[in-house]
Design a protein around this ligand. Structure first.
Ligand code: MEV
Length: 345
């Protein structure tokens, strides 16, 4: 039972290399960003549990008494388990969606209800237990996009920079403090649909798509090697040149897999006009891209690139990689922008 306000944050993350390939057993490199999502858990005396996700446009509340009376025997008791299609159908009844509820609100609400009801049922919530958090986050991912590799929840939980392959996770030792632009094209896409379409392309053209995935694997390994070299000695301009080449090659491969989008092409062209190299990150088909910022870049050059991207209608943030994973905060330690954002909810 929550007796006080709990402030939790999780890092934003990007996949440096290996998206899609990781679903097929290849290596991915993922890093946590110094852009965080804050969550305020707050006790209410109105007998309701509320979910407020302003960015997704979700604001819902359910009577705790009603939820407590539900027969939740359809939820797995013994272990952390993925929701079955029957479970999802039952959760839809609990959610009681209004007719105008959009298709991106629905999975967010279902993921919340699934995790909330499962965790209450088990009564074994321990905030410190990162393993447990990671496992639950993975199940939440399954509600949202079906067949996740596990890389996204792992990097959000542990932070830093991770090498991920088939559930095997290792942290990159002292990754260099790379600066990047994270750009949101604002083009909506479904990770589930994109992962499925890459799989279908692999099944249709195994001799063509298989080598592409092997090549992406090699790009991730080469990137890991270069980041290791940069950590061992002072990063040199040549390191950044290699990182830029890897970004370009991977972006072309991802296009060949069918994960591209004209908005991402535009993002790459705009940054290339400023001498910077970009690739999509995550599922593609819209969504976000990353642009590597070399340390020699002057502030006005970075600013001009950001303005050019914003001019395309994109959102753009300058940030750095390797942030801490999920964290608990005291209210006093939050900076005023975050405080104000949470107070405005
Ligand atoms: C999505 O952020 C990354 C993908 O590789 C899917 C996954 O790993 O679950 C496209």
């Amino acid at each position: 039972m929550l007796s006080q306000v709990l402030l939790v944050s999780a890092p934003g993350k990007v996949i440096l290399h290996g998206e899609h390939a990781v679903v097929h057993g290849k290596v991915a490199l993922a890093v946590a960003l110094n852009l965080r999502t804050f969550l305020r858990l707050q006790p209410h005396s109105n007998g309701k549990v509320g979910l407020n996700l302003p960015n997704v446009g979700v604001k819902r509340a359910w009577d705790v008494a009603r939820l407590e009376q539900l027969d939740t025997s359809f939820l797995e008791q013994e272990d952390i388990a993925a929701p079955t299609p029957e479970t999802l159908e039952k959760l839809k009844e609990v959610a009681d969606f209004p007719a105008d509820c959009t298709s991106h609100e629905r999975p967010a609400v279902l993921a919340f209800l699934f995790l909330y009801l499962s965790i209450c049922r088990k009564q074994r919530w321990t905030a410190e237990d990162l393993e447990l958090i990671n496992k639950w986050a993975f199940q939440g991912e399954k509600v949202i996009h079906g067949n996740p590799s596990g890389v996204d929840n792992a990097v959000s939980t542990w932070g830093g920079a991770l090498r991920y392959q088939q559930g095997e996770i290792s942290s990159l030792k002292r990754p260099p403090a790379l600066k990047i632009l994270l750009t949101n094209t604002k083009v909506p896409r479904s990770t589930k649909a994109l992962v499925l379409s890459v799989k279908n392309r692999l099944l249709k053209f195994p001799e063509i798509v298989g080598p592409l995935l092997t090549s992406i694997d090699a790009i991730s390994l080469e990137c890991e090697r270069v980041l290791g070299e940069m950590a061992a000695a002072a990063p040199a301009p040549e390191h950044y040149l290699v990182l830029e080449e890897l970004i370009d090659m991977n972006q072309h491969h991802l296009n060949a897999l069918g994960a591209g989008h004209s908005s991402l092409d535009q993002l790459c062209q705009v940054t290339m006009a400023h001498g910077l190299h970009s690739k999509l990150t995550g599922a593609g088909g819209g969504g976000c891209g990353i642009t590597l910022l070399r340390p020699d870049l002057e502030k006005p050059e970075v600013e001009a690139t950001k303005q050019a991207l914003i001019g395309c209608g994109f959102d753009c943030w300058e940030t750095s990689i390797g942030a801490p994973g999920i964290s608990i905060h005291s209210a006093a330690s939050l900076d005023t922008t975050v405080q104000r954002g949470l107070d405005g909810l």
